[in-house]
Unconditional design. Structure first.
Length: 199
């Protein structure tokens, strides 16, 4: 019973990554307008590297879970970009020195919390929706990762990894799906060779 939910969650996360990878919009602001949640609008802008954030994540302060977005910058560029899509979010600076963010570890085959040191934090509210923005030291934003995925896709499909079926994004890792991704191993675990090649 434990393996099926893990595999299902992994498939769901990869499906979300593929939605990010396969958007039909050329205009980042139009893509953002098509989203109905505050975090979806920010995530859409991040997809096109308009704002330097990660995708929306489930985060925790140790007491409660909430939607948050990790950012390379402060909240100002996010607020300016949101105004361009008609969103006037109420912004309050909040105290935070760390945050836990949930991510799927494909190598270990399970969900894990990652503790991140926070530089500054804000709470954005709009239409009864709240998202927390945490300025942190991240290597790459969602948009930067998407550019890498786009460049890597062709190379991996034509490269020396046999049986590549999909190239996707999960947090700050490129995930490469292969026909033998779970063959010979525990359900829900990624193909080590493909994972290393994807990095």
């Amino acid at each position: 019973m434990g393996r099926k939910p893990v595999l299902g969650l992994a498939a769901l996360l990869l499906a979300v990554a593929l939605v990010y990878a396969a958007t039909p919009y050329k205009d980042p602001y139009q893509y953002s307008k098509e989203h109905y949640t505050l975090w979806g609008k920010i995530g859409a802008l991040a997809h096109y590297d308009v704002v330097k954030t990660t995708e929306p994540r489930i985060c925790s302060d140790g007491a409660a879970n909430f939607t948050c977005i990790l950012s390379k910058t402060d909240a100002k560029p996010i607020i300016v970009a949101l105004r361009k899509v008609g969103v006037e979010a109420e912004t309050i600076e909040i105290n935070a020195t760390w945050v836990l963010s949930l991510y799927y570890n494909y190598t270990a085959g399970g969900w894990q919390w990652r503790n991140t040191t926070v530089i500054k934090a804000w709470e954005l509210k709009w239409h009864n929706q709240t998202v927390r923005i945490y300025q942190v030291k991240i290597k790459r934003s969602l948009g930067e990762m998407m550019k890498i995925v786009n460049r890597a896709t062709g190379r991996l499909m034509l490269g020396n990894i046999t049986g590549v079926t999909v190239v996707g994004l999960a947090g700050d890792f490129i995930i490469v799906g292969t026909r033998n991704a779970t063959g010979g191993g525990e359900a829900g675990r990624g193909d080590e060779r493909a994972h290393r090649k994807g990095d």
